[in-house]
Design a binder for this molecule. Sequence first.
Ligand code: PAF
Length: 373
Amino acid sequence: MQTLLAIEKNWDACAANAGGPRTIDLDLLLYDDAMIESPEIIVPHPRMHERRFVLAPAAEIAANVVHPKLRRTIRELLTQLPSPAADEPNLRIFLSPTDIQATILDLHRNGHRIGLVPTMGALHEGHISLVHNAREQADIVAATIFVNPTQFGPHEDFRKYPRTLDADLRALASAGCNLVFIPTANDIYPPGFSTYVEPPVVSQPLEGICRPGHFRGVATIVLKLFQLLPAHIACFGQKDYQQLQVIKRMVADLAVPIEIIACPTVREPDGLAMSSRNRYLSPSERQQALALSRALAQAEQRVRFGEQNAATIVTAMQATLHEAGITQIEYVALADPETLAPQTTVDRPTIALIAARVGTTRLIDNRLLLKAT
Ligand code: PAF
């Protein structure tokens, strides 16, 4: 306990308001089967089993650890918490892969049409529009929330990726989602897990170069989710354009019986594509980030006025990013919308794609320059 207090002190733990959340708050939740009640410390922590913000991350790393007093695993304690969406009785929360699979198969047998919305949580309007899209084409909508470790590189933001479970559940409930599956990493990748999807060729350029292994992780989790929640349709946003092409190709190549629905990117009123990572941006970075959508809009306008030379368009897009102070450009590319092969002349449908870092935040965006006629 002394060590925890020392760390708190070192990090200058303080609360903005008396009784409000502190900047850092360290507690010992469990220590094997120890039960300690002293003036300095109580173990197990007396309120840990009432708090979703404690149990949800604890379940990610130690779902099967047993609370020595309550004789329940962390997972069971989490399941027993009243749903934050309890006033929305239509949202059913599933933590177990076998339960969700059995439920979806049952819904199939009863003639329901099921729409799936896979997410990593930290939901925003873009995700909610996926739920609305699914709702238009299916009578049952199932979402998943899982921050998939295998799609993050060793130096990427897996640990700090925003986790906002309570708000996510409320948003899903009010968007009309019926079921949500929230597995732990151990449920998806149990000990001995060793089968991965080799992603298609379209995964190789662009993100494939900047984020080696990313699409192997994406393809593997998406296929596994399709197995656990065998839906009729699955909705994905066009903001992650290359991901969408990878998933479409995988589904076609492996004859997965699901229809992939591509949903338009949702933008802030000033044009910034919505992303869970936008919340990392400081106010000045948020301004800089607008250069991505601006560069894409300018490219589209150039093409509309007759420019066909891809190199000229790419140079102008890079200049727009530089003018905004964005120096870490990972790629600016014009490519074939289906294969993502580079395109030198914009005389047929072409997708323009950008990946750049604004501060330390990696952002991507894209725009179709010439639509098929
Ligand atoms: O786009 C995402 O949020 C993720 O890549 C996905 C498709 C949910 C897989 O983890």
